[in-house]
Ligand binder design. Sequence first.
Ligand SMILES: NC(=O)c1ccc[n+]([C@@H]2O[C@H](COP(=O)([O-])OP(=O)(O)OC[C@H]3O[C@@H](n4cnc5c(N)ncnc54)[C@H](OP(=O)(O)O)[C@@H]3O)[C@@H](O)[C@H]2O)c1
Length: 276
Amino acid sequence: MAEDILELYPDSGRRHALHGLYLEQSLAHADDAGRPFIYSNFIASLDGRIALPGANRDTHQVPPAIANARDWRLFQELAAQADLLITSARYFRQAASQEAQAELPLGSSPEFADLRDWRVARDLSPQPDIAIFSASLDIPQSALDYYRERKLFLVTGAAADPAKLAQLTADSDLKVITCGPQAAVDATHLREQLAGLGYRRIYAIAGPSVLHTLAAGGALDRLYHTTAHCLLGGTEFDTFIWGNELQPAVNLPLQAMYLDPLAPDGAGQTLAIYGS
Ligand SMILES: NC(=O)c1ccc[n+]([C@@H]2O[C@H](COP(=O)([O-])OP(=O)(O)OC[C@H]3O[C@@H](n4cnc5c(N)ncnc54)[C@H](OP(=O)(O)O)[C@@H]3O)[C@@H](O)[C@H]2O)c1
């Protein structure tokens, strides 16, 4: 396999193949510490956009100018190491209306067969379980059915609507994790709650509000951040974190950085790893 990824930090000049790049980033220390390791991943443009309005303007989507198969491969490699995914109710609402951009990882297509085998070889469950953040509890049952082979959790606050909660849990296999007194999740104790359920490698693949909730609650250890070297502009966009100013700021020192010159075509992208 061609070694077309150039390491910029810490060993400037080393070359790597794309396949395996993030699988090599062993998350084993999560097991050593006995404490869940929580990580997330975003692709953004140079001007910081992660999503722009989609065709029908009601929902935002990752812009095709930055979405690319090489970054998607790394996204899947990170999922291959996870025992739990954190996603949002928004994903399931979009899935129910056929607007979701992809199935939740691991992808079922042949190109990710090696990653599915990688899990089996390590005695991991075939697919990571799923935790869904929601305050509204507006989660279509039909979209959950696709994932019935996995354990599904609803993460919500104590003030979420009790009637909706009763209905949702009666109609599905969702187990409820209650975090904080409001309807919105306060993630301050999320790490211990997920540890108590036996989870050790937790991959947050939701969007900007969930990332803010995790960062504000001290529940973010590492951020994988791809910057596609292009400008998108636009006035209605998402950036990768959204919420009140974080005070103090959450420090995420650089762990590694790579240059992928091959995608997006004609632009290239830097692959950075921040945190611990
Ligand atoms: N470029 C990238 O790498 C990347 C990565 C991820 C997402 N995106 C894009 O970013 C856009 C926004 O994503 P998103 O809407 O999933 O992101 P989000 O803003 O993180 O999540 C939205 C939903 O998550 C739930 N939520 C968030 N914080 C919560 C909290 N503290 N407590 C309870 N529920 C909470 C809410 O559900 P309820 O409304 O049910 O309460 C909310 O509607 C999408 O277009 C997506 O495609 C891009």
